[in-house]
Design a protein around this ligand. Sequence first.
Ligand code: PLP
Length: 433
Amino acid sequence: MTTDSIERLAVDGGKPVRTRPLPLEFPGVHRIDDREIEAATRVLRSRSLFRYYGIDLQSEVESFEREFREFVGARHAIAVASGTGALHTALSALGVGPGQEIIIPAYLWVSVIAAVVNHGAIPVLADIDDTFCLNPEEVEKQVTSRTRGIIMVHMSGAPGNVIAVREVAKRRGLFLLEDCAQCAGGTVGGRKVGSFGDMAIFSFQMNKNMTAGEGGCVVTGDEELARRAVACHDLGYPREGGRLVMDRPGLQLWGRGYRLDELRAAVLRVQLGRLPGITAAMRRSKYRIRKALEAFPQLQLRRIIDPEGDTGCFLITTYPDSATARKVNTALRAEGIVTYPQGQSNIVMTEWGLHLYYNNLSLVQHASNDPSGSPWALKENAGLSREYGKGTCPVADGLFERSILLAIPSNLTAGDEDDIIHAFEKVLRALLR
Ligand SMILES: Cc1ncc(COP(=O)(O)O)c(C=O)c1O
């Protein structure tokens, strides 16, 4: 086939590039083998499933915290039961509450908004740019006298412009909380995400780069924040040798009950060892595909701050208009670039649910879990409530309409990659002439 030849698209009745579904996109899951089984069994045999004491405590959570903080390059790590729990723990440690505004990106996950709202603070949206993460200039525009901090979310596997956002935070006296749930193992300039902010959180839910089904971690370089996070993730007090210490001044707080258990910590220790291999595999696949797509100047590739630090789990391509993006996506799916039974691996980004600010109806409708109307109706927040509907962040709105998100599983074979490249080339030659 010459580069000019156009094959009949499957969507028009031609032969699809492949008929076998692509592997599902759960990066850590594909690598689970006897080592995770052995780790879980070791804990079960010990009959000691709780982190702070037991019949024959293996101290898996404590070991995981040590190994994870060394991996990230942070002084402290507090393992928790979920990424959402990590966000709540971090915001509690940072003292977030009513009367404060917290800047969040237009492209995110619902848990980020929920953590702010559940603390009684007001979320303030800032637009993204072609990195699909916070635009530092838009962050700056949203800062008011009530702003307390910024949550920078490293979305879809690639770090955002964290150095520029940190510079805004420093200049304006705000905290920076990095949400690395979708970017474990990512780096900027050789330095791990999670080591740039005052605090950072990770998730180990099943879709993430490393997993134990559920789980999370809070990391920080700050001693005092770490102490508060330890208390807040547990019962509100520090512990020594597993026992609660009730008389520590400044550390008589309220806990949220997000402790991680020994079973999942044991599995996470194995997964952490696999993480560099998992991200290297996804990055290799992704950049092979990206390289082939560079031949099509009509489409725009997501701007990556540091390609060597991209964890590689998603490829985002952007088209001149939304109709073209939809046509390309339909045609790619017809070529067999899909997964089953879940079909969310190759979508126009408008289909990406609670990752888009305006799809979060609880936010758009100023919903509250309690009759006080918290946080919107709290007197401390008088005049702070915003509108959050579509149109609030126009750059994000346009990017969502014009972009396609493709998951890059950690176990793609060279043949799978060939098929993805072939399908893109076939579709783009036909549709982007
Ligand atoms: C960006 C982001 N933050 C936070 C979370 C919450 O993590 P979890 O599902 O472990 O509660 C997720 C999970 O999908 C996420 O993608």
